[in-house]
Design a protein around this ligand. Structure first.
Ligand code: ADE
Length: 229
């Protein structure tokens, strides 16, 4: 899988090569992670990348000509043709809410391009003409798409074969079809008692059937986003 990130802060992604599952995937060559700075491709003098919005209002907008020129320089084709070859995603609060189903969908994609906006985001024509999809990581506004892109990369790369030490954990984890979309039970380890807080007896019983039943009982429906004030 090849993941390209377009951002004004490519160096923020350096640490993303370090978590074990990402290091496994890049080291094993199942993943190529590349980062590009919009500013390196701007056709405007003085490295300008943004502008004030038509119609007025606060904030700045990342310009469509800057995004198009970055895509064209990197992929060597018309900016609106990139999405014919790759899945081009704008990270934005307007997007589909990222979920386990989308993680599974994305894990099957060979070439992914993530566009990270800042300020008020991108000129609308980036969404309309250059993107295949729009993703949000939740009902809140981030200062930019970078941390959202990191969440997408983290979750998707876990699903690349060989990224996780124990692929079994993918089978029974929260939101998996095996758990019927529910979230997993809590996990406990040594010490069996800490400050009077005991591990549930059943986990120490050695009775595998009882443990499995307890775990099933303890998994639950995921919390839903609350819009209560
Ligand atoms: N950019 C700003 N807020 C965002 C969000 N919630 N999800 C994805 N990208 C964003």
């Amino acid at each position: 899988m090849q993941i390209d990130v377009f951002t004004l802060f490519p160096e923020w992604f350096d640490w993303m090569r370090r978590p074990r599952h990402l290091a496994n995937a890049t080291g094993g060559e199942q993943l190529e992670l590349r980062c590009f700075n919009f500013r390196d491709y701007t056709p405007l003098p003085a490295g300008q990348v943004d502008d004030s919005p038509y119609g007025g209002g606060a904030g700045m907008v990342l310009r469509v000509d800057v995004v198009a020129s970055a895509l064209e320089a990197v992929y060597g084709c018309a900016a609106d043709a990139v999405k014919d070859e790759r899945h081009v995603v704008v990270l934005t609060p307007r997007g589909r809410t990222f979920s386990d189903a989308i993680v599974r969908e994305y894990a099957g994609i060979e070439r992914l391009t993530l566009l990270c906006g800042r300020y008020e985001g991108f000129d609308g024509r980036v969404h309309e003409h250059l993107a295949s999809d729009e993703l949000s990581i939740g009902g809140f506004v981030l200062a930019g798409g970078e941390t959202a892109a990191m969440a997408v990369i983290d979750a998707v790369v876990r699903r690349i074969p060989g990224a996780l030490g124990n692929a079994d954990s993918l089978e029974h984890e929260s939101f998996s079809p095996t758990l019927g979309g529910r979230v997993e039970h809590l996990h406990f380890s040594r010490p069996a008692e800490f400050r009077g807080w005991a591990v549930p007896d059943v986990l120490l019983s050695g009775n595998h059937g009882a443990v499995a039943r307890w775990r099933d009982e303890q998994s639950k429906e995921p919390p839903t986003p609350s819009d209560a004030p």
